[in-house]
Design a protein around this ligand. Structure first.
Ligand code: OSB
Ligand code: MG
Length: 373
């Protein structure tokens, strides 16, 4: 896919949107009541393509925000996007810009959608994989009470999700997990701390070994790799890294140090699909399974995550749950829905990301639009 040429580009717009969530979503460091996202719309000889930036308006999950991404995209990355050069050359040019993987992924996604649409190919085919039903997991935010948590997990189990992830934080962990495990003894269950603990909490975290969790995601700092290797030695439960992994080099460091036994690959965090697939292939070659995380994306980013999971490295159900869990109204159709067996279909309404923009919803949720090229 990287050998493809960047097509002629007639116009690029940045579209800022804000969609209300069905209910607030809480992680250890933040609560979001809506999804605010930067979208990129690229037009090329009558074909329109889209990319969604996974950054939030705040730097509480990652250092990038919608506005840092807008700045980096407009002032540093888009000037490097030249029709006629290969996607590989474009990726190489992007390397001069340090970090800002979310900004880079936004452009890369829009360009792959554009290339796929112009060739009449679904995105998964451009990536080089056959379509397959994708087993889905669900990420349940921190709830106000154990009762509400049990109810949310109960609903997820009844829906057929293949595994349940619950968010945890200091003071809201062992008892909650114990309650879920007691009610659902056979559930594939994991916990995500979004970096809320430190190495001094190792003894505390060791209590979690009693609950047969499939993994604990990002227990230590968002930027740490080394201390996770020390913690992993003290825990039987596999650790999974999310925030700390920005590149193939990070993944190699984490795997070689023994910092994790699983990786949450978010294409939107690591600079796009190309780097995400490199990380996934490398991890798989080292016996480290990967899965696709999510960032509560609108249907645009959600579609990309689903297409990516057609790659054979994704052997663990990802965080690509149903649209209706997040939004009463999304900016694309059709919504992501779970089949009776807990799988989601790869969107295939047309070529590219395979979803259609719902023009009315997009208009209603747009905060502002700026022409960039
Ligand atoms: O840590 O994976 C995370 C959402 C926002 C920020 C960080 C994370 C998450 C999720 C939700 O876990 C995943 C999803 O349902 O899209
Ligand atoms: Mg996470």
């Amino acid at each position: 896919m990287l050998e493809r040429l960047i097509p002629p580009i007639d116009r690029i717009d940045q579209v800022m949107v804000r969609l209300p969530f069905v209910k607030p979503f809480s992680i250890s460091t933040a609560t979001w009541t809506c999804k605010e996202a930067l979208l990129l719309r690229v037009e090329s000889e009558g074909v329109t393509a889209w990319g969604e930036c996974v950054a939030d308006p705040d730097p509480y999950y990652a250092s990038e925000t919608t506005l840092t991404a807008a700045h980096i995209i407009r002032d540093f990355l888009l000037p490097l996007v030249e029709p006629g050069i290969t996607m590989a050359a474009r990726e190489q040019r992007f390397r001069r810009v340090r970090g800002h993987g979310m900004a880079k992924a936004t452009i890369e996604n829009a360009l792959f959608d554009l290339i796929a649409k112009r060739e009449g190919l679904p995105l998964y085919a451009l990536l080089g994989y056959p379509s397959r039903p994708i087993p889905s997991g669900i990420s349940i935010g921190i709830q106000d009470s154990t009762e509400e948590l049990l109810e949310a997990v109960g609903e997820a189990v009844a829906s057929g999700y293949h595994r349940v992830k619950m968010k945890i934080k200091r003071g809201c962990d062992v008892d909650r997990i114990a309650a879920v495990r007691e009610r659902f003894p056979d559930l594939a269950l994991m916990a995500d701390a979004n970096g809320d603990y430190s190495l001094e909490d190792a003894n505390h975290l060791r209590q979690l070994d009693a609950f047969g969790l499939t993994m604990i995601e990002q227990p230590l700092s968002y930027s740490d790799i080394y201390e996770h290797s020390l913690l992993q030695k003290q825990l039987a439960t596999p650790l999974c890294l999310d925030e700390s992994i920005h590149s193939l080099a990070d993944a190699r460091a984490a795997i070689d140090l023994g910092s994790c036994r699983v990786i949450n690959v978010k294409q939107g965090r690591v600079g796009g699909l190309a780097e995400a697939l490199r990380i996934s292939e490398y991890a798989a070659s080292k016996g480290v399974p990967v899965w696709s995380g999510g960032m509560d994306e609108t249907g645009i980013g959600r579609a990309v995550n689903i297409h990516m999971q057609t790659a054979p490295f994704f052997t663990i159900p990802g965080d690509t749950s149903e649209t209706s869990r997040y939004f009463a109204r999304d900016i694309v159709t059709p919504p992501v829905v779970l089949d009776g067996d807990g799988f989601v279909a790869v969107p295939a309404l047309g070529p590219g990301i395979g979803v259609e923009i719902a023009a009315d919803a997009l208009k209603d949720f747009t905060l502002d639009t700026k022409r960039l090229r």
